[in-house]
Design a binder for this molecule. Structure first.
Ligand code: ASP
Ligand code: MG
Length: 242
């Protein structure tokens, strides 16, 4: 079976209208006969809002409890997206990381993925479900909730694409690909049609925010073909990273 992994970041899922827009990209792959696994971030600035709420209590939170709190946003997105798809007649089911499970080390706030079990995902894909998984979070061996670091949903998506041997991992964002410089600040920035993992890695380490740096390394190791494209353009070819 041909599996496609799609990841939608916070700005792509910020409100209900945007969730329905995300559905279009998912349904497009579904109609091509692909099995689709979707990874989502928390809506809009909701992770920042959770951190603000935490700061009302303490500047030095217990690290375990910090992760319990900041992982919450993604739970809201997975449920809402599943409902939007179901409303349009598609079978969809949502999962938190512990339900898969996505097992990490216990480095709260910046955990590393150790293992992802594929049985549940495959079982649900075989039932013809669109599988929606919360990004950014994991569970350690003692069953504590962990998070992968800010922007970590990219890493969830690449890791899942790797274990499922997906044909591609599409990272949907608010720019239509990878640029030589920030296109909002530099009008002369050029968009790449294709770049290598190594070049992407250098750019991510130099602060290009388009991809979480951990995820580029992971993609290189597991030979995951990444396509960075715009959520808001119907026909964005984006940039291929491979
Ligand atoms: N929601 C998390 C964050 O804001 C993870 C992500 O967006 O990838 O950092
Ligand atoms: Mg991001």
């Amino acid at each position: 079976m041909e599996i496609v992994v799609q990841k939608f970041g916070g700005s792509s899922v910020a409100d209900t209208e945007k969730l329905y827009n995300v559905c279009k990209h998912i349904i497009k792959e579904k109609k091509k006969g692909k099995k689709v696994v979707v990874i989502v971030s928390a809506q809009g600035n909701s992770t920042d809002d959770l951190i603000k709420q935490e700061l009302e209590i303490t500047k030095t939170p217990n690290k375990r409890e910090h992760d319990v709190l900041v992982s919450v946003g993604e739970q809201i997105t997975i449920a809402k997206l599943a409902m939007c798809l179901q409303k349009q007649g598609y079978n969809a089911i949502s999962f938190l990381a512990w339900q898969i499970p996505i097992i990490t080390d216990s480095n709260f706030g910046d955990a590393n993925i150790l293992e992802i079990k594929t049985e549940k995902i495959i079982e649900q894909l075989n039932l013809d479900n669109i599988v929606i998984i919360a990004g950014f979070q994991g569970i350690d061996k003692e069953k504590n909730i962990t998070t992968l670091g800010r922007g970590g949903s990219d890493t969830t998506a690449i890791a899942i694409a790797g274990v499922l041997k997906a044909v591609k991992c599409e990272i949907f964002t608010d720019v239509d690909g990878v640029y030589s410089d920030d296109p909002n600040k530099n009008k002369n920035a050029i968009k790449y049609d294709k770049i290598s993992y190594d070049k992407m890695l250098v750019m991510a380490n130099n602060g290009a925010k388009v991809l979480h740096n951990k995820c580029v390394e992971l993609a290189k190791e597991n030979k995951v073909k990444i396509v960075v494209k715009s959520t808001f353009k119907e026909e964005s070819k984006g940039t291929i990273v491979e």
